[in-house]
Structure formats: structure tokens, C-alpha cells
Write a protein that binds this ligand. Structure first.
Ligand SMILES: Cc1cc2nc3c(=O)[nH]c(=O)nc-3n(C[C@H](O)[C@H](O)[C@H](O)COP(=O)(O)OP(=O)(O)OC[C@H]3O[C@@H](n4cnc5c(N)ncnc54)[C@H](O)[C@@H]3O)c2cc1C
Length: 498
């Protein structure tokens, strides 16, 4: 990502296993010599994702089939090294970092759309298929796969499944887990299993549901059967313009109180508008305190009624204007601004830390107010762009890593904001997952017994040490603490924030 800096490095005392020629030979046998990368200068490209930490793997492999993935896992078992599944590496919680070294399994070559069954509204895809490419293939059938992260131009379906990703349409359609029917998975003993099926309510224990959102800790997804939904016959896109982010936050609840669940309700504050508008010319007023991008869809008559209810609720909450996109081109432009927002921050500042929390929707105005107070106290600037309808906030804290102490302060601030989310009844992630970044915050939201239950699931899959160690759950044998632990140590008591 443009201006994002790679600030923290996990150090491992042991020698990199790339010096182990026998492991490299086994990996070459598994996937072919041309599909194994181990030169340090090549590995650097795989030592980070979109978060601010980094860790160097020992090797990266590019399997082409499930059987090749399985062979890689068997080789990793033989040499006792971790396996880290990786899609496009756009994750924002360090989920693909090789924090204990090991073999990154990059699924980019497994990028075939195997089947589109339009009549039964099913697609079967390999994990490396890019989200937007799938949407483009579905469009002629007037179908869509609902998960639409703002990174959809580059993120993979496997990564969407790994993180149970959301997007603008999560508000109405739910997150990825609601749109996955079946999975083919390579598990820790190197065998291939099938979970779920082609119907919504497959018989047996719902291991498919467990796998979605497990962040690469239970196995490698090698094929997914996806539930498709029809594209709406009619869409109306509105831009509600406010003087303050608090008023825009009030409007979010007011719209839903008015009886409408829009398919999307996206917030952008003044800092975002200032970086996006000059680059994208989306049509956001430069003097607005915040805008809400709201979309309703359905049959034409319903769309008219719902759009009016949205407009009324926004006006009652203090919107100074509500614009409606009149053409597809105008609609695309409004969305282009939203989708390019985070990249635009990256181009404008040396570095930023993108946080992901979630709070009850009704708490948004007070929480946003407190977030901005905290940002000011810490002496930073912050740009906010998020799926407001879900109560999901994404403060982007801008900072200069060259400034002494700035990195530690930005991480401390991030911890305070996560604690604030928890204290008001929310949680430490709305959609980006836990990864290595937030695993020590898990104790803020789960009891030791809850965490043990999750640990036992991992044990049942045989994967505690094999797949993505030191992710999601706190503790773990030989796991460095990571920055979240340092912060958690000094923000360990519930705060009285608002
Ligand atoms: C600009 C920007 C905007 C974003 N917007 C959103 C958004 O709106 N909503 C949202 O939810 N996220 C968003 N994200 C975060 C990220 O894009 C999503 O989490 C995305 O789904 C990750 O996909 P990926 O292919 O990059 O996965 P990766 O980052 O490569 O992997 C993510 C996790 O999934 C695991 N994984 C990957 N592939 C597999 C597999 N085949 N089998 C098992 N585990 C696997 C990995 O081990 C890792 O834990 C955004 C990121 C950026 C940079």
C-alpha cells in the first residue's frame, strides 16, 4: 500500500530453513522447481501484507492444484515448519505474516472460475480468483457474489473466506460466511476434505462455517462453492452531505429507525474528501464535514419509497443536502471515490495505521466524537472511511515513522480506540480479522474458557503448529508477543470513555 510503512519486524532466533536444501527439494518436488521462491530478495515481497508489521518467510510456493497444496503440507510436516496460506496479501491484520518463519503458500496460480451454474445460482471457484473478476464474470448472468470488500479489485476469494470479509453490501446481505456453500480444504495431515456442499443447509456438523473466518489457521481452501444472488433490477445511489461527522453518524441510525435497510451506507469524513476529491473528482463537496454514500435497491416502486425515507431521515439529522445520482456514470463516480479512498490516503502521507473496530450503530456518534478527541490528544491527524451502517469504524491514523516515538504512539492510540469499542459493547474487529495484530486483545472480548474452546477446534483440525501459528488466539508456543500485547499490557483495564 502506497504510504503505509512496515514498522515492526518479528525476529526469529533460529536459522532460516531455506538453508535446508532437503526442504527446498521436497517443495520443488511438490509444486515444480519454477514455483518455489527462496532467494532473500524475492522473499521480501512476501514478508508483509497491508498492515504495519512484517516477517520474512523461509520459502514461498505457488501450487497449481489441491494435490500440490497437499504435497506442500506433507513436506512441511516432514520438516516441521509452519504453512501460511496467502491470497493477494491485502489483509489488514497481519494474517499472512510468517511470524515463525515457514512456507507461504501463495494461491495466485489457482485462479480458475470452474463453473457458473446460473440456474441454481452457484459458482465454483479456485481460491486465487480475484473478487472483481468473479463479479465481472457473473454480471452477464445478472448475478453477483455479495461480498464486495473495498479492495475487491485485488483481493482473492480465498482471502475473503479466510477473513470472513465484509464490504459496503454487508449491511443488507451479510458477510462472506452467508455466501459460501461448500469448501474443499487441505488439512494438517496433508489430506483433502470437503465441507458443506451445493445447498444452503448441508447435513452434518457445519465445519464450512468454522472454516470461514478462520484466517488460514485450520487449513488451505483449495476450492469454494459460492452462493450467488441476483443483481437488483433497480438501484438508487444517494450522497448525503453533512457539516459534522457526528451529524452524519446520527443519520445512520435515523435511516434504519425509519424502517429502511439500505444495501450500503458508507461514511467519508473531511480528511478523506480532501485527499480523494482532487484525485478522483467523485463529486464530494470539499467543504463538507462528512458525507454518507447510501444505496437502496429493489423493484422500481420500492426504491422510490425507500430513497425518500432515507432522504427524510438524513435531512432530519441535519444533512444540508442529499444528492441523487441520475446516471450510471454519476453512480460509478460516487463509488469510485469510496473505493479509492484508502489508496488516496496512502498516496498523500508517509504512513498511516488503518484500524478496524465495530460498535453498536447507535453508539457511533459518541464513539466518533471520542475517537477524534483521542486522535487530537495524541497529536495525530485521522481520516475516517467506513461501512457506517454496520457500526464498523476505520480510523486511518496518519503519521510519519521517521518522527521519534511516533510509531509507538500510533500503536498506543490504536489500542485505546479498540478498548473504546469494547467498552461501549462493540468489538475489536468489524471485518479485517485478528491476525497477529490483535490477538492479545482477544482477552478483552472472550473469557479464558471461550478461548480454550477455540483452541480445541484448532487442535481438532490438528493445525495448532502447522497452519498460521501465532495468529488469532493469544499465547501460543514460541510466539512473540507482537505489538498488541505490549499495548494490551498498559490498557488492560476497562476505561470510562463516554
Ligand atoms: C484498500 C483496502 C481496502 C479494504 N477494504 C476492505 C473491506 O471493505 N472489507 C473487508 O472485509 N476487508 C477489506 N480489506 C482487507 C482485505 O482486503 C480483505 O481482508 C481481503 O478479503 C483479503 O483478501 P486477500 O486475498 O488479500 O487475503 P490475504 O491477505 O492474502 O489473506 C487473508 C487471510 O486469509 C487467509 N487465507 C488466504 N487465502 C486462503 C486460503 N486459500 N485458504 C485459507 N486461508 C486463506 C490468510 O492466511 C490470511 O489469514 C481492505 C484492504 C485494503 C488494502
Amino acid at each position: 500500500m502506497g504510504g503505509q510503512a512496515f514498522l515492526r519486524c518479528y525476529t526469529r532466533p533460529e536459522m532460516p530453513t531455506t538453508s535446508n536444501p532437503a526442504l527446498l527439494e521436497a517443495l520443488r518436488r511438490a509444486v515444480g522447481a519454477g514455483n518455489v521462491v527462496h532467494a532473500p530478495e524475492d522473499l521480501i515481497a512476501y514478508e508483509y501484507d497491508a498492515t504495519i508489521e512484517h516477517a520474512l518467510p523461509d520459502a514461498v510456493v505457488f501450487p497449481g492444484t489441491a494435490e500440490e497444496c497437499a504435497a506442500v503440507v506433507r513436506a512441511a510436516n516432514q520438516f516441521d515448519v509452519p504453512v501460511i496460506p496467502r491470497g493477494s496479501g491485502t489483509g489488514l491484520a497481519g494474517g499472512t505474516l510468517a511470524v515463525k518463519g515457514g512456507v507461504v503458500v501463495a494461491l495466485t496460480r489457482m485462479n480458475r472460475i470452474v463453473e457458473i451454474d446460473a440456474a441454481n445460482r452457484i459458482a465454483v471457484v479456485e481460491p486465487g480468483v480475484i473478487n472483481l473478476q468473479l463479479q465481472e464474470a457473473l454480471a452477464p448472468h445478472r448475478l453477483t457474489w455479495a461480498p464486495d470488500p473495498s479492495s475487491q479489485r485485488i483481493c482473492s476469494v480465498g482471502g475473503n473466506i479466510g477473513n470472513n470479509s465484509g464490504g459496503p453490501h454487508t449491511l443488507a446481505q451479510g458477510s462472506t460466511v452467508n455466501h459460501v456453500l461448500g469448501l474443499e480444504v487441505v488439512v494438517a495431515d496433508g489430506r483433502v476434505i470437503n465441507l458443506g456442499g451445493r445447498v444452503l443447509d448441508a447435513p452434518g456438523v457445519d465445519l464450512r462455517g468454522l472454516m470461514v473466518g478462520s484466517e488460514g489457521t485450520l487449513g488451505i481452501v483449495t476450492q469454494a462453492t459460492l452462493r450467488l444472488i441476483p443483481l437488483a433490477p433497480n438501484v438508487r445511489t444517494l450522497l448525503a452531505i453533512f457539516d459534522t461527522i457526528e451529524a452524519a453518524s446520527e443519520a445512520v441510525s435515523a435511516v434504519i429507525r425509519n424502517g429502511v435497510i439500505p444495501v450500503a451506507m458508507e461514511m467519508m469524513d473531511q480528511e478523506i474528501i480532501k485527499v480523494v476529491e482532487p484525485r478522483i473528482h467523485a463529486g464530494y463537496p470539499m467543504d463538507a464535514g462528512a458525507v454518507l454514500l447510501i444505496e437502496v435497491e429493489g423493484l422500481p416502486e420500492g426504491v422510490v419509497i425507500e430513497a425518500q425515507a432515507v432522504i427524510d431521515a438524513c435531512r432530519a439529522s441535519g444533512a444540508r443536502e442529499v444528492r441523487s445520482a441520475e446516471t450510471q456514470q454519476e453512480r460509478d463516480r460516487l463509488w469510485e471515490g469510496r473505493k479509492a479512498g484508502i489508496g488516496a490516503i496512502g498516496a498523500a502521507v508517509p504512513a498511516f495505521y488503518l484500524l478496524d473496530g465495530v460498535v453498536p450503530r447507535t453508539k457511533l456518534p459518541a464513539v466518533m466524537h471520542r475517537v477524534m478527541e483521542l486522535v487530537e490528544q495524541y497529536g495525530f491527524r485521522c481520516a475516517n472511511i467506513f461501512h457506517a451502517g454496520d457500526g464498523n469504524l476505520h480510523p486511518n491514523i496518519m503519521f510519519d515513522p521517521q518522527e521519534e516515538g511516533a510509531t509507538q504512539r500510533v500503536l498506543d492510540l490504536g489500542g485505546e480506540i479498540m478498548r473504546l469499542c469494547v467498552d461501549v459493547g462493540g468489538s475489536i474487529t468489524g471485518e479485517h480479522g485478528i491476525g497477529s495484530e490483535k490477538r492479545s486483545y482477544m482477552e478483552w472480548v472472550f473469557s479464558p474458557t471461550d478461548l480454550q474452546a477455540m483452541e480445541r477446534v484448532r487442535l481438532a483440525f490438528g493445525s495448532v503448529e502447522r497452519f498460521n501459528p501465532c495468529k488469532v488466539l493469544p499465547g501460543g508456543h514460541g510466539c512473540a508477543s507482537g505489538h498488541a500485547a505490549e499495548i494490551a499490557a498498559h490498557i488492560s483495564k476497562p476505561g470510562v470513555y463516554i
